[in-house]
Design a binder for this molecule. Structure first.
Ligand code: NAD
Length: 256
């Protein structure tokens, strides 16, 4: 399904992105990963994969570094077939006290970076008339929560951007879709669980359960593996006519 394909996964040094990248590599795709943190630890996850995996350190807040990342992917792999825009950050605060630098960073990483990677990958996808653009949005691309202004604005924007790309590419072999997870227990969410445990003076596990109970009716976290399997499906021929769609993996969050 993805054997021999060439993929870029942003924000793939931890969490959901790392799981998507390892899943694509395990199924035979060459992958360029990007992100911060413990890169050596991330690369160890690919030790047994049959494909080539390369790392680029681009800071996605900076369009010129995104250009360097995409040039690197195009030259090292000879093209880009699969683009997973996954990198994202969060900051929680009411609008009136939301730090403006956090607003700028969230919009740059969670939204503008996807515009830049898409504009730079689409010509390569057009040359082979095959491409899969998968944007990791969020339930917050569909509904809002208080204190997450920048994140909700960026994720709603990302869903809109995905729809525009799908329409512009509708008669080609290139599809664009968005995945909208609810709570997934990664570093990004663990910070929110820890903050809640401290504020409400409860254990981490009690805080995690309270977080779920508030929004996610299944009372279970979505797993990175469930998201990675959906990415694989979206790369399969069965998904060739799925265009501009949003896939909620949210335990019922947006059904309420
Ligand atoms: P995570 O913190 O584990 O991973 C985020 C990744 O983005 C890391 O690799 C990090 O290094 C990278 N990154 C951050 N800033 C960057 C920058 N300036 N340049 C390049 N890379 C950068 O978080 P996660 O939960 O795995 O999140 C992945 C995506 O899934 C995000 O877009 C997030 O909004 C989305 N999402 C997460 C959840 C959840 O509950 N965890 C729910 C819905 C959507």
């Amino acid at each position: 399904m993805v054997l021999g394909k060439k993929a870029v996964v942003t924000g793939a040094t931890s969490g959901i992105g790392l799981c998507i990248a390892t899943t694509l590599a395990r199924h035979g795709a060459d992958v360029v990963i990007n992100g911060f943190g413990d890169v050596d630890r991330a690369l160890k996850h690919f030790q047994n994969s049959p494909s080539n995996v390369l790392y680029h350190a681009a800071d996605l807040r900076n369009p010129s570094e995104i250009e360097a990342l995409m040039d690197f992917a195009l030259s090292k792999m000879g093209g880009i077939d699969i683009l997973v825009n996954n990198a994202g950050i969060q900051h929680v605060s009411p609008i009136e006290s939301f730090p403006t630098e956090q607003w700028d960073a969230i919009l740059a990483i969670n939204l503008s970076a996807a515009f830049h990677t898409m504009r730079l990958a689409i010509p390569s996808m057009k040359s082979s008339n095959w491409g899969k653009i998968i944007n990791i949005a969020s339930v917050h691309g569909l509904v809002a929560s208080a204190n997450k202004s920048a994140y909700v604005a960026a994720k709603h924007g990302l869903v809109g951007l995905t729809k525009v790309a799908a329409l512009e590419l509708a008669t080609t072999g290139i599809t664009a879709n968005a995945i909208c997870p609810g709570w997934v227990r990664t570093d990004l969410v663990q910070k929110q669980i820890d903050a809640r445990a401290k504020m409400e003076a409860v254990s981490t596990e009690q805080a995690a359960q309270r977080l779920l109970a508030e929004k996610q009716p299944s009372l279970q976290f979505t797993t990175p593996e469930q998201i990675a399997e959906l990415v694989l499906f979206l790369c399969s021929p069965a998904a060739d006519n799925i265009r501009g769609s949003t896939f909620n993996l949210d335990g019922g969050w947006t059904a309420q």
